[in-house]
Design a protein around this ligand. Structure first.
Ligand code: BTN
Length: 252
């Protein structure tokens, strides 16, 4: 497809009818040296990957499955900042394209009316001190119908169509998303993580809220103070600050 008039992201766009996972294709292209900003979009994925080894339902022709190559000069520990950046771009694109309110759930889910609409899976190639490239993998349920979800996902997962009652033009949505990603990445390169963190926090509705965090080995209740540079959630437990690297958040 023709590239977009952006600064970096989407200057080269590769559209595939079907692939195993756009992240896999994009990772290989990045290893072969494809330019920063290259985007791979597939109409269907036969082995869409989710976080924690889960699979990502990827039926044909209804949703968005795409991956983007970034080549930032940064140490690998800072790469989670790009996950926050892409989550903010997805939330913006949803709100620009529908009248829905998109809510960010830490670390990187997008919820509408409490149901998951989109997920991010970023993969990285790095040496100890520096990132070679990052592949941002973005999956957004756009026009998917209720009956197309695997039965165990029907309740927690949803699509923009189900929540808004209207079909969306996928091509237009993709252009909006890539433009927002491009804008945010430019701000990030010029001004650092601060503006991204601020917008992430305001869209997460987490700041200052009382929450319960279920971690693997324990459960904590406290006030959320923010996220740090590594993406950890900062929880105030009666004046003592706890950094939480992974867990499930429930607002109280
Ligand atoms: C999650 O578990 O929430 C993350 C889901 C990420 C899905 C997207 S779809 C495009 C890209 N290719 C993949 O195989 N996964 C990501």
């Amino acid at each position: 497809a023709a590239g977009l008039p952006t600064k970096r992201i989407g200057k080269r766009i590769i559209c595939l009818e079907e692939t195993d996972s756009t992240n896999n294709v994009t990772f290989r292209l990045a290893e072969e040296g494809t330019a920063e900003g290259t985007v791979v979009i597939a109409d269907a994925q036969s082995r869409g990957k989710g976080r924690l080894g889960r699979s990502w339902a990827s039926p044909k022709g209804v949703n968005l499955y795409c991956s983007v190559v970034l080549r930032p000069s940064m140490p690998p520990v800072a790469a989670s900042q790009l996950t926050f950046l892409s989550v903010v771009a997805v939330a913006r694109a949803i709100e620009l394209s529908t009248s829905l309110k998109a809510w960010i759930k830490w670390p990187n889910d997008i919820l509408i009316n409490g149901r998951k609409i989109a997920g991010l899976l970023n993969e990285m190639s790095a040496e100890t001190e520096k990132v070679n490239f990052v592949v941002l993998g973005i999956g957004i349920n756009i026009n998917m119908r209720q009956e197309q979800f695997p039965t165990d996902l029907r309740h927690p997962a949803s699509s923009l169509y189900i929540e808004s009652g209207a079909e969306l033009d996928r091509n237009r949505f993709i252009r909006t998303l890539l433009k927002e990603l491009d804008d945010l990445y430019d701000v990030y390169l010029q001004r650092g993580y601060g503006p991204v963190r601020e917008e992430w926090l305001s869209r997460s509705q987490l700041y200052g809220r009382k929450a319960r965090i279920d971690c693997q080995d324990r459960t904590m209740t406290g006030i959320i103070r923010g996220i740090d540079d590594m993406g950890a959630l900062l929880l105030d437990l009666d004046g003592r600050e706890e950094r939480i690297l992974s867990g499930d958040v429930t607002l109280l």
